[in-house]
Design a protein around this ligand. Structure first.
Ligand code: NAD
Length: 367
């Protein structure tokens, strides 16, 4: 069988810096675990605009459709702020998500014990937290028609439409149930069925899909109550599935339970390809961080943990994903910190590259 294929798109700002550390990890799996990947690399965002006058070249888009997984760094930067909307760096990322039809956005909120003090919540509320929010990414109020600002009488009216088809709810619910099966077998679906018809349909369809997953304990919660429960006692959850709008808010809130932006990975998954693997894009949640770009200060962990998600969800290498996550955990427990993770007195920060090296050394120690 051929090696799994990965397209690396480092992007702009700190994107190439954090991606350089992921490449070390990929090489480690090749040399020490005999797990080879066919890796190709291309441009996205401002880097692609500089080279081709477009934030995503058609050839790059075609490659992204063919590979088993796309790994993206970050896009954007002040240099591109004045560009026309149609060629802004972010358009490259949006085109990838749209044309790959990545409808299921996985945002883990995981709190490493060594960083529990970074959360704005009490340590015992977040220590050991490991939950996953599945957000529908391609439909709902951000895309529904009619939309716009119209004149009505003597004033303007802003309109957006929340709209979900059964099949859109069905496919994202299935991806959440599948995920729950691989984790703690608990799924909480969040909507506003008390005030929105789309929420009533959401609840009905999720319940129907649940009949195919009798092992998963399904519960439903109104999204506002869910937000409260996330802050009160987040460890009650395992997997949460919700729509595009609520998922946008809830996943950002949940992410902040765990501390730094430099720690947060994500995956966006689409329909299965011919080989059974889902279309997939893995990327850190953070942006291109122009304020620290080129200074060796960026934390590469979010990007490395995004690769761990690729191991688990695209390549069925769950044990290797565990190994990589445990290596990150060990490095943090040993007190290795990039500048964004400083809190304790007397700790000297390591560089981006030193953090990558420490994680590779911890991988070595795991053998
Ligand atoms: P940002 O995530 O780039 O940075 C926010 C703050 O967090 C900055 O102070 C930055 O230094 C810090 N930070 C982010 N990642 C870090 C890391 N890995 N290690 C250490 N510190 C880190 O968000 P922003 O400043 O709002 O946006 C900067 C640019 O990135 C903009 O052009 C924006 O459009 C773009 N952006 C891109 C993406 C993406 O590519 N997915 C996401 C968000 C923002």
């Amino acid at each position: 069988m051929s090696n799994p294929s990965i397209l690396i798109l480092p992007g702009d700002g700190i994107g190439p810096e954090v991606m350089a550390e992921v490449k070390k990890v990929i090489s480690w799996f090749g040399s020490k675990r005999d797990q080879q990947f066919d890796v190709s690399e291309d441009l996205v965002g401002g880097a692609a605009y500089d080279a081709h006058g477009t934030p995503l070249h058609d050839d790059t888009m075609a490659k992204a459709q063919e590979v088993d997984a796309v790994l993206l760094g970050a896009v954007g930067g002040p240099k591109y702020d004045t560009l026309d909307f149609s060629v802004k760096p972010e358009r490259g990322l949006l085109r990838l998500r749209k044309e790959m039809d990545l409808f299921s956005n996985l945002r883990p909120a995981q709190c490493f014990d060594a960083l529990a003090d970074f959360s704005s919540l009490k340590k015992d509320v977040v220590a050991g937290l490991d939950i996953m929010i599945v957000r529908e990414l391609t439909s709902g109020i951000y895309f529904g028609e009619p939309r716009g600002i119209i004149e009505e009488g003597n004033e303007r009216v802003g309109i957006n439409t929340q709209r979900y088809t059964e099949s859109e709810i069905d496919r994202v619910a299935r991806s959440a149930f599948e995920l729950a099966m691989r984790r703690g077998k608990k799924l909480c679906s969040m909507e506003k069925a008390n005030v929105m018809e789309s929420g009533i349909l959401w609840r009905e369809v999720v319940t129907e899909v649940g009949q195919d997953y009798p092992e998963v304990e399904l519960s439903h919660m109104y999204a506002d109550a869910g937000a409260m429960q996330l802050c009160r006692w987040p460890k009650q959850f395992d997997v949460i599935v919700t729509d595009n709008l609520f998922g946008d808010l809830l996943s950002d809130a949940a992410a902040m339970l765990t501390g730094s932006l430099g720690m947060l990975p994500s995956a966006s998954l689409g329909a299965p390809m011919e080989n059974g693997r889902p279309k997939a894009l893995y990327e850190p949640v953070h942006g291109s961080a122009p304020d620290i770009a080129g200074q060796g200060k960026a934390n590469p962990i979010a990007c490395i943990l995004s690769f761990a998600m690729a191991l688990r969800y695209s390549f069925d290498l769950g044990a290797e994903a565990d190994r990589l996550e445990q290596a990150v955990e060990k490095v943090l427990a040993d007190g290795v910190r990039t500048a964004d993770l400083l809190g304790e007195e007397g700790v000297t920060p390591v560089t981006t590259s030193e953090m990558g090296d420490a994680i590779v050394a911890a991988l070595d120690a795991s053998l």
